[in-house]
Design a protein around this ligand. Structure first.
Ligand code: B12
Ligand code: SF4
Length: 471
């Protein structure tokens, strides 16, 4: 069986040399954990190989030799390429199975290109699909909801080349999330079923990575590693003796549990990505983040930081109440909270989410070219900004947050946070390089004020059409 990770716009549309600069010359940030897990659950009797198009210079050329079936996994931004590959294999007469987050949201669309679609976890579906294929009577859709949930599998990393990836040993400890944010694919596709992996398996995978690859710092590739505080405490106590360092994603409710924060730090937690989305209450409301309270953000962030756990704040730009000033205030908030890192993806209405349904029914989707669903392209009509303004606000946010003066204020010199400094400088250099290659000045929020006054002058003169340059 051949498993394929299709090219992602992150590696093709973004400058590949920029990616290399920001990943210490590795080709790709993360290894395709989904396919390494698929490989682990392929039934006995099948040979398996993984092809990651993102680590090769040339696109994969489909061939039939030695291939009984092809499995393709894709998030939305990879779907177009996934379908092109599936079409080529279908023409060659090879049965194609498509799975992953996008096909789980739109199985009928995926069926136009593949013989079989697996909805949800591969652990619960792929063995059934392959056994039926061998028996000659496969179904079109295998939905994980129809089967007992299978335990989270240990990935087959032996099928990939560690030298290609910055993060070769991501460890998954949980799957899903107990919350139901309106823009998020996870509850939309997997429901709010929050599943935890066997702690013994997690410890064994970490030990193996430590022994085999000398890995000391791990990324727990979860949506919400501490979605269940009681279980998370057990996990953190179990990994504390391993002497590793780790980082992951979770929700801000950890701030209310000192015991958990102490256990996190004791177990080697360096930092967490928090999906803060916005420090504005009305925006959090549209995001459906019912458990989060903007007015408590600063206090909660300080509490987490007081345990020497760094915070990477993830914010989203483009909700209906967002104006450019509000986006600017979000960056100022991130600076005031002294976040070590932050990111500002553009709101993207992924298929399957409440926001996708809402924007489609309101006629606000500008495209369903899935390659554009990448967090850097505006694919819907925003309410309080133009498309160009929204993209400008995103890049102004990155530019201002990662400026050297901002880094000095947030990180200070002492005590030296070497990792955070390195990451901040890498991103600062990356932005510098990006705009010098584009031959354009770096964007700032002050451009909006200039632009506003130009518009006012233009209007008073009866002229129209002044726009900011695209990023
Ligand atoms: C780590 C991570 C990243 C990493 C690396 C991802 C990677 N491997 O390339 C980084 C930081 C680079 C990243 C970037 C982005 N990410 Co991300 N990321 C994640 C995260 C937290 C974990 C991914 C992971 O390893 N999952 C573990 C695997 C095992 O889960 P899985 O992929 O769902 O696979 C299972 C099933 O889907 C199925 N399956 C998958 N493939 C296949 C194939 C076959 C044949 C079969 C049968 C089954 C099957 O079986 C698997 C095992 O059970 C997920 C959250 C999540 N829930 O997955 C978000 C997530 C995948 N990311 C998301 C997004 C939006 C992005 C970005 C676009 C963000 C941005 N704005 O920049 C970029 C795009 C990256 C790109 N490649 O182009 C969204 C995807 C939404 C969507 N509809 O596409 C997710 C779901 C987050 C969310 N909650 O919305 N991401
Ligand atoms: S808390 Fe994060 S992972 Fe959970 S539903 Fe909300 S955005 Fe998704």
């Amino acid at each position: 069986m051949r498993l394929i990770n299709p090219r992602s716009p992150l590696t093709t549309i973004t400058m590949p040399d920029l990616i290399a600069r920001m990943t210490f010359s590795r080709r790709v940030l993360f290894m395709p954990l989904n396919l390494a897990i698929c490989a682990a659950v392929v039934p006995d009797g099948w040979d398996v190989e993984i092809i990651d198009e993102n680590v090769t210079d040339n696109p994969h050329v489909p061939s039939v030799e030695g291939v009984d079936a092809v499995g393709i996994g894709a998030m939305t931004t990879q779907a177009t390429r996934a379908y092109a590959l599936a079409d080529e294999y279908r023409t060659l007469g090879v049965p194609v199975i498509i799975g992953g987050i996008h096909a789980s949201a739109l199985p009928e669309e995926a069926l136009d290109h593949a013989a079989i679609v697996c909805k949800g976890d591969a652990e619960s579906t792929l063995p059934h699909a392959l056994n039926d294929l061998t028996a000659g009577n496969p179904r079109e859709i295998y939905d994980w909801a129809d089967y007992d949930p299978a335990p989270i599998a240990t990935p087959r990393k032996d099928l990939l080349n560690p030298a290609d990836y910055l993060v070769f040993n991501p460890i998954q400890t949980t799957r899903g999330c107990p919350h139901g944010c309106t823009f998020c694919t996870t509850p939309a596709i997997f429901g709010r079923k929050f599943r935890q992996r066997d702690i013994g398996d997690i410890v064994a995978e970490i030990r193996q990575a430590r022994d085999e690859f000398n890995s000391r710092v791990f990324i727990f590739s979860d949506d919400n590693v501490a979605g269940n505080h009681k279980w998370a405490l057990e996990l953190f106590d179990a990994i504390a003796p391993l002497g590793i360092k780790w980082a992951s994603q979770c929700d801000i409710l950890i701030a209310r549990n000192d015991k958990l924060l102490r256990a996190m730090r004791r177990s080697g937690c360096l930092g967490v990505i928090l999906g803060l989305e916005s420090p504005t209450a009305s925006t959090l409301q549209q995001a459906g983040k019912r458990f989060a309270h903007a007015e408590l953000y600063l206090r909660d962030i300080k509490r987490i930081q007081s345990h020497r756990i760094s915070i990477w704040g993830s914010f989203i730009f483009g909700f209906d109440s967002d104006s450019w000033r509000q986006c600017m205030d979000t960056v100022r908030f991130a600076q005031q909270a002294r976040l070590c890192m932050s990111c500002y993806p553009i709101l993207t209405p992924y298929p399957g989410t409440q926001i996708f349904d809402q924007y489609r029914s309101e006629g606000r989707l500008l495209t369903t070219d899935w390659e554009c669903y990448n967090g850097s392209t505006v694919v819907f009509q925003p309410k309080r900004m133009t498309v160009v303004e929204l993209r400008h606000a995103q890049m102004a946010a990155f530019n201002e947050f990662y400026s050297i003066s901002s880094a000095f204020t947030r990180l200070r010199i002492l005590p030296l946070k070497a990792n955070s400094w390195m990451a901040n400088i890498a991103i600062n250099r990356g932005l510098e390089y990006y705009y010098s290659r584009k031959g354009r000045p770096k964007p700032h929020f002050r451009d909006f004020a200039v632009w506003d006054s130009e518009q006012r002058i233009a209007r008073s003169l009866g002229l129209t059409g002044a726009t900011l340059p695209p990023n």
